[in-house]
Design a binder for this molecule. Structure first.
Ligand SMILES: [Zn+2]
Length: 96
C-alpha cells in the first residue's frame, strides 16, 4: 500500500514494467497511455527509422550506419556488460 504522497506504481504501455508515475511520459491526446523513458527513446528511434524509409535524405545514410552499429552492439550483448553497458546505453540515448 502506498501513502498519499507516493504515487501508485503504474505500468508502461510498451514494456509492461512497473514504474512510478513520475517516470512515465503521457501521450497528449490519450493521457491514459504512459510510456517509460527507455521505451520513449526506442519509439523515437523507430519513428526516425520509419521517416528515413519513407523520405530518405542525406542524413539517412548516417542514421542507417548508426542503426547498424547499434544492432551489432545489441547482437553481441555489449550493452549488457557490467562496465561498458551503462556507457553504451547512455550514448544510445543521444543517437538518432
Ligand atoms: Zn517501457
Amino acid at each position: 500500500m502506498t501513502s498519499a504522497e507516493e504515487p501508485a506504481p503504474t505500468r508502461c504501455w510498451c514494456c509492461d514494467r512497473e514504474y512510478d508515475e513520475r517516470e512515465l511520459v503521457r501521450l497528449g491526446a490519450h493521457p491514459e497511455v504512459g510510456i517509460c523513458g527507455a521505451c520513449a527513446v526506442d519509439i523515437r528511434q523507430r519513428a526516425g527509422q520509419r521517416q528515413d524509409e519513407l523520405r530518405p535524405t542525406w542524413g539517412t545514410t548516417v542514421r542507417t550506419g548508426v542503426r547498424r552499429l547499434r544492432e551489432g552492439v545489441i547482437a553481441r550483448g555489449w550493452h549488457q556488460r557490467p562496465l561498458i553497458g551503462p556507457i553504451l546505453r547512455r550514448i544510445n540515448r543521444h543517437l538518432p
